[in-house]
Each structure stands twice: as C-alpha cells, then as structure tokens.
Design a binder for this molecule. Structure first.
Ligand SMILES: Cc1cc2nc3c(=O)[nH]c(=O)nc-3n(C[C@H](O)[C@H](O)[C@H](O)COP(=O)(O)OP(=O)(O)OC[C@H]3O[C@@H](n4cnc5c(N)ncnc54)[C@H](O)[C@@H]3O)c2cc1C
Length: 414
C-alpha cells in the first residue's frame, strides 16, 4: 500500500467509501488509494463495470469532446421530436425534472456555450489521457488498450466545414488533428475504401485511444485489492446515505450501516435517486444507446471510425469489432429493443459493409448515458464528508481518469 506523506495527513480523509464500481468509481478509488486513503468500493452488481461501462463504444476520445447541446442541434429539434432521425430520438415527458433539465439543455444550445463546453471537455480529456498514462506506467492492466487514433468521417459539406473550424480551435488548446481529403483518409485507414465517393472529408486524431471499459474496471479493481488493500463489496445495494461533520454512513438495503471519513458518489444515472433530497434530482437525463460486438469482417478497421451523420462508432477491440450508436434522450430502461439493435446493425453495414461479420452472431447491448445539460460531469463536494463524481454522459470512459483526479484533489480538507 502507498504510504501517505506526513504533510498530507491533516488534509486527506483516512478512509473513504466509493459508491459505484463503473469506470468512474473504479478510477476514483484508484485516485484515492494512491494517496494512501483506505478505500471500500461498493456496488449493487455482482461484477464491476456492469452498468453503462459494460459494452460502450470503447473510445478514449480525449480530443473529440464536442458537447451535445449546440446551435445546429437546436435547429434540428423539431425534426428530432418528430422521430425522423433513426440515430437520435427524443422521448418527451411531462416529468417536471425532465422539463427542468431540458430547459437548461436549450440554454446551452448557443454557439458560445457549445464552444466553451466542448473546450472544457477537451481540457478534461487531456487530463484524463495523462492520468491514464501515469496509471499504465505504474501497473500493467489488460483491457485491449491501444493508441490507435480516430477518424471522423463526414458526408455533409456544411458539417465538415464547421468541423474544420473546430480543428484549429482545438489545435490552439493542445490537440493534434489533421484535416484529410477522402483519398488521404483511405490511405490511413483502408477500411474507408468501402465508402469511397460517399464522404467529403475526414478529421484524423492520432492521439485518440481505445480500450475495453468492462475489462478495465475488473483489471484495475483486482490491482486495487492486491496492491492497495482496497476492500470490495459487490452485490451490496445502497438504499440511502447520511453524513455529519464527523463521518459519512451508507445504509444498504439489507439494513447494514457502513461508515467512513468520506463518501464518494459515483453511481452513474442512478445518482438521481440518491441525490434527489439534495437538489440534484434534475441534474441528469438518461440517454439510452446501443452497441454490438461482432467478429471482424473482410475489411475491418485498424483504428476507431466515427460516421458523423449516422452517429455510429466502429472500433477494433480484443480481436472483435465493437459498433455503438443511437441516442434516445429521456429513455431510461436498459432492455435491448430488437428493432433498435437491428437498425444499428443495418446502419453500420450500410456505412462500412465489410467492417464486421454482420451476418454472424453478435452480442447486442443497451446502456444509459448519464447526461448533464452542458455535457460536463459534476465533480464537487456536496457536504464536507460527501463528494459527487457523476454525469459523464457520452464520454464517461474518456473522462473517468481525469475526473477521478479532480475529485481526489477536492478532498484537500474534510
Ligand atoms: C451505447 C453507449 C456508448 C458509449 N460509448 C462511449 C465511448 O465510446 N467513450 C466514452 O468515453 N463513453 C462512452 N459512453 C458513456 C460511458 O459509458 C458512460 O459515461 C460511463 O460508463 C459512466 O460511467 P459511471 O461509472 O459513471 O456509471 P456506471 O458504469 O453506470 O456505473 C455506476 C455503478 O453504480 C452502481 N450503483 C448505482 N446505484 C447504486 C446503489 N444505490 N448501490 C450500489 N451500487 C449502485 C451501478 O451498479 C453501477 O455499477 C457510452 C455509453 C453508451 C450507453
């Protein structure tokens, strides 16, 4: 176990409960454990990384951090509300908390807010990349991690033009990106030859990485146990918590009370239930998405590819191809709707017909992105003994390591 420096003793809590063992919770447990905090990580699932972190798009998208709320999305809202985009649906509701969230979302749909939110995301993305590098220098973890780069492919000239404007802005904030003609894109990623003549340009980000979030959660968790003495309580459903100036307590559904100096809430979309009483019940909106993982096809990609207009990502992962997409804003159930999954498979096979073995068997999955209105996570102290690290939306895997560092840095004083 890491020994804490004497100078830190007065500042850091001695013990912490990390509630939630998804990518955010496990990363947060690591950020505390390396500071010498005695961590207990608790999750209701049997296995870590079983929530939104299970089979997401696998992109460590440190550079492409564009916020969802934008002026261009605002113009398309009536079209989306009518269900005319198969990749992006709104599930309107009269629930006051959803209406409140949606009003904040609309306020973020200006050009200025879009730029601010996207660049703030880029900053967190770059911090996450550094934190991931530091972790991997210290510990060997097997999760199919690759620095493969990412290609964003555009078939709409206007969308490509505004994406090119963002490139110079990102470059001025430390990102490496190249604007490519279709031929240049095909030269870098042969799988795009399938799309020749069907796209107007691409943006290549060599710094982007990928990896399996579920494997990451479990590989890091076992490292936390063996190298840092972290206690793990899986299959432990927490019903409520309370905190005073001396300690934090969580109460499980079976009536057990577990105490620590600090509670870190990292419960993804379920944070809304635990935080309702604290004025944060409207902070998150569920956004359902789908993925499938199939055997590679004859012309499978060597890097991540995002088809921007169809909002589909392709990713080579552990010898397979992971494809993810579909955004249903307001949908909370995690059941796989076979029609939605089939529509993702069909759209993917249209975009890159030989990237995956679409006709063979594949694992379909659905998960919930915990969305904030500005696409930035909420990392803050709720009370002296309670910190929240929630709302990572479309980029929780990307932001997990940097958010964990930020959350741990908040614990300077309890
Ligand atoms: C289709 C899809 C594709 C995506 N693709 C990408 C991508 O390519 N790149 C990227 O960066 N992000 C992606 N995301 C987003 C990313 O998956 C999420 O933002 C991230 O997984 C959220 O992590 P988390 O740890 O906050 O939540 P979760 O992984 O959901 O973890 C929360 C944990 O808390 C536990 N929990 C909740 N309540 C309680 C309770 N009361 N008691 C005990 N335990 C509790 C749950 O069991 C769960 O394990 C995608 C998401 C989806 C759905």
């Amino acid at each position: 176990m890491n020994r804490r420096k004497d100078s830190d003793d007065a500042l850091l809590p001695r013990s912490a409960i990390v509630l939630g063992a998804g990518v955010v919770g496990v990363a947060t447990a690591y950020a505390l454990a390396i500071r010498g905090v005695a961590v207990t990580i608790i999750d209701r699932a049997e296995i870590a990384g079983s929530g939104a972190s299970f089979a997401n798009g696998a992109q460590l998208s440190y550079i492409y951090t564009d916020a969802l709320a934008s002026n261009s999305l605002l113009k398309r809202l009536p079209f989306l509300a009518l269900g005319l985009d198969p990749a992006f649906r709104l599930r309107p509701s009269l629930d006051p908390s959803q209406i409140a969230w949606f009003m904040r979302f609309i306020r973020n749909c200006t050009r200025q807010r879009f730029l601010e939110n996207s660049l703030e995301g880029l900053q967190l993305g770059l911090e996450s990349q550094l934190a991931m590098r530091a972790l991997l220098q210290k510990h060997e973890l097997e999760f199919g991690h690759q620095s493969a780069g990412k290609m964003l492919v555009y078939d709409d000239a206007a969308a490509f033009k505004s994406a090119c404007d963002m490139v110079s802005l990102r470059q001025s904030h430390g990102a490496v990106q190249e604007i490519l003609t279709p031929q240049e894109a095909v030269n870098k990623e042969g799988a795009l030859a399938e799309r020749a003549g069907r796209f107007v340009g691409a943006i290549y980000s060599p710094q982007e990485e990928l990896g399996d979030p579920h494997k990451f959660c479990n590989a890091l968790l076992s490292q936390l146990v063996t190298a840092y003495g972290v206690q793990v309580r899986m299959a432990t459903d927490v019903a409520r918590w309370k905190a005073d100036k001396d300690m934090a307590v969580v109460f499980t559904k079976t009536g057990e009370a577990i105490t620590a100096d600090q509670l870190m809430i990292c419960t993804g979309i379920d944070a809304t239930n635990l935080l309702k009483k604290h004025g944060l019940g409207t902070s998150l909106m569920p956004m359902k998405g789908y993925s499938f993982t199939a055997a590679p096809g004859q012309v499978s990609p060597i890097m991540s590819i995002t088809d921007v207009s169809r909002k589909i990502v392709f990713c080579p992962l552990n010898g397979m191809i992971r494809v993810a997409g579909i955004a249903e804003l307001g949908a909370r159930d995690i059941a796989v709707d076979p029609r939605q999954l089939a529509s993702l498979v069909s759209a993917a096979s249209d975009v890159l017909p030989r990237a995956a073995d679409y006709a063979g068997s594949y694992n379909g999955w659905a998960g919930i992105r915990p969305m904030t209105a500005n696409a930035l996570p909420i990392i803050r102290k709720l009370a002296p003994r309670v910190t929240i690290n929630i709302g990572h939306g479309m980029l929780g895997w990307t932001y997990a390591m940097g958010s964990a560092e930020r959350a741990a840095q908040l614990l300077g004083r309890v």
